[in-house]
Write a protein that binds this ligand. Structure first.
Ligand SMILES: Cc1cc2nc3c(=O)[nH]c(=O)nc-3n(C[C@H](O)[C@H](O)[C@H](O)COP(=O)(O)OP(=O)(O)OC[C@H]3O[C@@H](n4cnc5c(N)ncnc54)[C@H](O)[C@@H]3O)c2cc1C
Length: 355
């Protein structure tokens, strides 16, 4: 069996690693060039995501390459997004998958037992299955269902950066939050006061790419200092001491995608179910998807494997997307998100168990 994967972010290479574990031949086709420096700041891998990495044999590598070198006190692991992408791609290649860059999926033709994927550079590839790991603006999603929904705007602007030299309260390597009248701030720190932080500011209308690009560092810094004017002073000190880029990103989610698969094409990760960053679960869900899809393909023929994968995953991930939407709304109107998150974080996949 030869599987074509569109997208080399989190879900794509993780799926490649999982499929190599069951002996499947895999090629990852990633739209970006090989040197993709601009892939955002940092993400938290949640305990359930770390467990999925363990099933892929990558937990120790992820811990080693994390910002803290180990899981924090509550089991979360902060890692630069580019480090997570790289470790997954390297693992995929080390296990025998091919990763091709500058390959943007634009179209696909399916037959009863195969698929041909077409790329923007005019090339094409033939396989038994196309796995769409091409993110929140997935092309595969609209190839599966031309009426598929697009991402929904959530009126929050995400900002973030790396700072150092500012002492912060609270246990190191643990995510801490500061709620202010005009914004929401989160941070984690190393014992030596290297700090990685994010901020959410209410942002009514969806900013265009041009508007986001026009928000230079000085403008963003002013907005942050104003939003957190009444917060403890270390928040403003962190903003001023930031030595990395200040990323500004609009927030989106994707609550329900009616069709996850058709014929020989299937969706994974943000392509199928994107949550707001507030849930801290997007990468972890993508990692879980990868493990579950490989287990289904290990035991069942296509398309039964795709139906079983959807059955095992849909309720959980849609529950998490709904949770992320509620938590984002709570940020906007000053409430604290409620309810236990144990069902999210305690989820474990037994690789050996049948599906
Ligand atoms: C500000 C922010 C903070 C976040 N914080 C967290 C966090 O703390 N914890 C967490 O778990 N998650 C977090 N997330 C979510 C997380 O980043 C995503 O859920 C995760 O990256 C999803 O992985 P993916 O592989 O599905 O999509 P992506 O990581 O977006 O990867 C998709 C890949 O597909 C490629 N691609 C796109 N179109 C095509 C095409 N047509 N052909 C080929 N390739 C294509 C893209 O270039 C990209 O490399 C955050 C997201 C944001 C925006």
């Amino acid at each position: 069996m030869h599987v074509l994967i569109a997208g080399g972010g989190v879900a794509g290479p993780a799926t490649a690693v999982a499929l190599r574990k069951i002996g499947v031949d895999v090629t990852v086709h990633e739209a970006r060039p090989r040197e993709d420096k601009d892939v955002g700041l940092w993400v938290m891998i949640a305990p359930n995501g770390l467990s999925a990495l363990d099933a892929l044999g990558l937990k120790e590598t992820a811990l080693r390459r994390s910002l803290t070198g180990a899981a924090g006190p509550s089991g979360f692991v902060p890692i630069r997004r580019v480090a997570l992408y790289r470790l997954l791609r390297e693992a995929a290649v080390a296990r025998g998958a091919r990763v091709e860059h500058d390959r943007r999926l634009v179209d696909a033709d399916t037959t009863a037992d195969g698929v041909t994927a077409h790329f923007a550079d005019g090339s094409s590839a033939v396989g038994d299955l196309l796995v769409g790991c091409d993110g929140i603006r997935s092309r595969t999603r609209s190839l599966i269902d031309p009426a598929a929904p697009s991402a929904r705007y959530v009126p929050l602007l995400n900002l973030g950066g790396f700072a150092s030299g500012v002492p912060t309260p609270g246990e190191p390597a643990q995510l801490h939050f500061v709620r202010a009248r005009k914004g929401f701030f989160g941070y984690a720190a190393s014992p030596r006061h290297a700090v990685w932080w994010f901020a959410n500011l209410p942002w009514g209308a969806e900013p265009s790419r041009a508007e986001l690009a026009a928000m230079d560092r000085a403008v963003l810094t002013e907005r942050l200092l104003d939003a957190f004017a009444e917060a403890p002073s270390f928040v403003r000190d962190l903003v001023r001491a930031t030595h990395s880029d200040l990323y500004a990103l609009a927030t989106h989610d994707l609550p329900e995608v009616p069709r996850w698969w058709r014929d020989r094409m299937v969706l994974l990760g943000d392509a199928a179910h994107a949550t707001t960053p507030t849930s801290g679960q997007g990468s972890s869900m993508a990692l879980e998807d990868a493990v579950v899809l490989a287990k289904c393909l290990r035991e069942l023929p296509v398309p039964r494997a795709l139906a079983r994968y959807e059955q095992l995953r849909r309720e959980r991930v849609e529950g998490i997307v709904a949770l992320g939407a509620r938590a984002s709304a709570a940020k906007l109107d000053g409430r604290l998100p409620d309810g236990s998150l144990d069902w999210v974080h305690d989820y474990r996949i037994d690789w050996a168990a049948p599906v």
